[in-house]
Ligand binder design. Structure first.
Ligand SMILES: *Cc1c(COP(=O)(O)O)cnc(C)c1O
Length: 487
């Protein structure tokens, strides 16, 4: 590292390290790390030196920048956030929140040795799938089950094991793309299977399946078009009918359900999604679905179905590459076991608890939170004196904000139930000033910089905080006071 020459606009590391402010850094982060951070800041500043409008910062500013570096390094990259997007299973925000029982079970499995692949009855080697096989078959009515890393992996493995270099028949109406680059034709290609498209986008008939079957056909497949719906002049062949056609030709019906629920959500006033047990009962031979969508468990791909087919799938070498860890199995086992208690289910599984929260409850929550948000934003609250608003309210920087409780629609997310939306309530923040668009973006950024970042969405020139997924009301309110400092 070069020493600052007399002409350098920067202070020396030595001088900075004698600054009283620097002592604070040393206390928190240690001397070596603090010196390194100062050096890093100086190096970066030197790189900017040739810029015509460059202006060398003062000592305190350099130390401040070093402190920012050190702070950033000492926080995790993966952090808790408040998901106020209104999308319960938000793929970018980690999808399902796990039940307490799953957390406890994961904790045990990670802290202690466990019988991951050890048969406690015989004392011999066990199969990790056996840990969840019983409960999965019990809950789905299938003969056997296996688990891989996610549902995309499940589909890939099933097609590879059953149909590599052979044909799989799928309706054109089901050749969907699920977010994150999962496209049925691409997965088919990766699996080395030949996709035989039948029917049209809007209509497919039983005869289309019949006609497409050749000696090269290895499976008929149905894909639940999770994230879109076509309506109007449409015709789809039911699982039951496709199963009958498949079985008449001694072929299996493979169904990719995507979200695939274990219970009937319509019993809770939610739109009905396919239920795994019903699809198995309709004659599907292999069904795949996600662990972290409607099931409300860890990321996993669940494969259930006929014993002989599941055996073939498990024996394929790719299974070894796609297998899940004890973390996943522990979380999955506990989540599945929660389904044995239907009376407590909707309370115990956060995904179901959040999805079934009533709009009235959410609105009452919004009314409680509103004055706190108004105070934090320095919003004009006509008629209502916001608690703690006082001086801060008057000195609100930038735009003035109006906070309203509005009706919105939450989404299930993760490609499930896309059309059907769930009535909810949100706090709508609108800028009373002029530069509305940029003010909204600035506000969104300030909310993201809170200790527990708050993630909402911008719609119709307002910043919306859908409170469906807000359970930690006190924690949310407690950090709002910091908002003023984040300009
Ligand atoms: C979500 C989905 C997938 C992918 O599942 P992951 O668990 O995210 O890998 C595949 N197929 C369908 C129909 C889906 O909805």
């Amino acid at each position: 590292m070069s020493i600052s020459k007399p002409s350098s606009p920067f202070p020396s590391v030595d001088r900075l390290s004698r600054d009283p402010q620097f002592a604070g850094l040393v206390e928190r982060f240690g001397r070596t790390a603090s010196i390194d951070a100062i050096r890093g800041v100086l190096d970066d500043l030197r790189a900017h030196l040739p810029e015509p409008d460059f202006c060398a910062p003062q000592d305190p500013e350099i130390i401040e920048q070093a402190a920012e570096r050190l702070n950033k390094r000492s926080t995790f990259s993966l952090r808790r956030v408040f998901n106020l997007t209104g999308t319960v299973l938000h793929t970018n925000l980690g999808r399902a929140l796990l039940p307490e029982s799953a957390l406890a079970h994961v904790n045990m499995a990670l802290r202690e040795a466990c019988n991951l692949e050890f048969d406690l009855d015989s004392g011999g080697r066990g199969d990790r799938d056996d840990l969840v096989d019983d409960v999965l078959t019990e809950l789905t009515g299938a003969e056997a089950a296996t688990v891989v890393n996610n549902n995309a992996a499940a589909v890939l493995l099933v097609l590879t094991a059953l149909a590599a270099e052979r044909e799989v028949i799928v309706s054109r109406g089901e050749l969907v793309e699920i977010g994150g680059a999962f496209r049925v034709p691409d997965v088919m290609r990766s699996a080395g299977a030949r996709l035989v498209e039948i029917g049209t986008t809007n209509r497919t008939h039983p005869a289309d399946y019949e006609r497409a079957i050749t000696s090269d056909t290895r499976a008929l497949m149905k894909v639940h078009a999770s994230n879109y719906k076509i309506s109007g002049f449409v015709a789809e062949v039911s699982e039951k009918e496709v199963a009958a056609i498949a079985h008449a030709h001694a072929l299996p019906l493979v169904v990719d359900l995507g979200a695939g629920s274990l219970i009937d959500l319509s019993a809770y006033g939610l739109p009905k999604e396919p239920i795994v047990r019903e699809v198995i009962a309709a004659g599907a031979d292999v069904v795949t679905f996600s662990g972290d969508k409607l099931l409300g468990g860890p990321q996993a791909g669940l494969i259930v179905g006929r014993k002989d087919l599941i055996e073939r799938i498990k024996r394929h070498p790719m299974k070894r590459a796609l297998r899940v860890s004890k973390l996943t199995l522990a979380a999955l086992e506990a989540t599945l076991i929660a389904y044995r208690h239907p009376d407590r289910l909707v309370h115990d599984i956060p995904t179901l608890r959040l999805l079934t929260r009533s709009a009235e409850d959410i609105e009452a929550l919004a009314q409680r939170v509103k004055p706190h948000l108004e105070a934090a934003l320095g919003a004009a609250a006509p008629g209502a004196a916001a608690p703690g608003a006082s001086a801060r309210g008057a000195s609100a920087p930038g735009a003035a904000w109006q906070v309203d409780v509005v009706s919105v629609a939450s989404q299930v997310g993760s490609g499930s139930l896309p059309i059907d939306v769930i009535p909810s309530a949100a706090l709508a923040l609108s800028s009373v000033g002029t530069r509305s668009g940029s003010a909204l973006n600035t506000l969104a950024e300030r909310l993201r910089r809170l200790p527990v970042p708050v993630i909402g969405r911008i719609a119709d020139n307002r910043f919306l905080l859908d409170l469906r997924c807000l359970e930690d009301e006190a924690g949310f309110i407690a950090q709002l006071g910091l908002l003023q400092a984040l300009k």
